[in-house]
Design a protein around this ligand. Sequence first.
Ligand SMILES: *Cc1c(COP(=O)(O)O)cnc(C)c1O
Length: 399
Amino acid sequence: MADLWVEVDLDAVKYNYRQVVSILTAGCQVMAVVKGDGYGLGAVEVAKALQEEGCQAFAVTTVTEALTLREHGIEDTILVLGPSGPQDWAEAIMAGIQLTVSQLEWIIILEKMAAENNIQVKIQLKVETGMGRTGFKEDMIDDLVNSLSNAPHIVIEGAYTHFARAAQQDHTYTRVQNDRYLSFLLKLDNLGVKVPQRHVCNSAAFLDYPQYHYDMVRIGTLIGGHFPSASFRDKLELQDPWSAKAKIVHVQQVPKGTPVGYQSIYKSKTDTTLAVIAVGYADGFGVDPRFVPQGIVDLGKIIIKNIAALWRIQLGQERILFKGKSIKIAGKVGMQLTVIDVGKIECCRGDEVQIPLRRTLANPRIPRFYKKNNEYFRIRIIKEGFLSFNTEYANLTNS
Ligand SMILES: *Cc1c(COP(=O)(O)O)cnc(C)c1O
């Protein structure tokens, strides 16, 4: 058994999916977004669990991610959201993967590929309404319709846009984006281009704009048990499928004033017990993204957090959990070792602690144990860097 591992509760993922479906507008479908290796939970495992709940559409960013799902038996709709390139298209279209098209030249190249192989290619059009990343703008419609009329092998499955500020309180920008999207579709329709699937909502928009659910919603964050921001917490009840755990690998009693770790930035305030856990920044632990303030109040919070951090006081951050109690990290997090100050709590080598490890940063090398339908299984990682590659299941007898 490893000293550091992750447990992923797929029953919680399934629960979250059912919660989403319970407030979905009638006649609308959920496309589960499983990009970023299923938001760190494991794309293949999450997709399979959601299939059991009746989910039939999945989205990822790259063709590689889409092919990984196909190789593992996901036969349903898979949409590639990100801009892809001609080097990936042959494989994608042979595997029946839907591509997002956001540039005119792509239609010509795709049509040529499809004609040569004598197959139909399913695409979704990306409409640029204010995200400023990719997509067709309204002034490109005439050229777009022109290109499409010369592309008999291309089938339009849908058209979508992506909101930039749906998680914010102010709804103005999202409404503008939605208006631009609808006006784009209206022009397409007037020019004879039919769009079967219309979709605009991510998790935040799904919760705040039920009138925009249209034919489909694209949900990632909520399925993973997270909220787009704290203000959404009372809108849905979700379960957290993720827990990272480490074993205590060393214990020592020390007197008051003992310096700990690099640069001795921590000194024990009393006689205490120090424990070492085998986790560090090489595992993605203690590496936090740099937060850019979203306004003056936010800036204040960030400044206060940083000042508090000078005295090793962690504000608004999850602590290490040991025997149900919250424990301080003592000193700097190392490459693969971290010291915790357990105080008066009784503690032995081999005891387990729960650690706040961000799922998208967790090194895929860390072993994972999955729970589904109340059974536990483990995934063996054969190819590093891609968790869901070559998975092999070995049932654990109730670990
Ligand atoms: C990531 C993504 C989503 C899902 O967003 P969540 O807020 O995580 O639900 C939807 N659409 C697009 C285009 C995305 O890139």
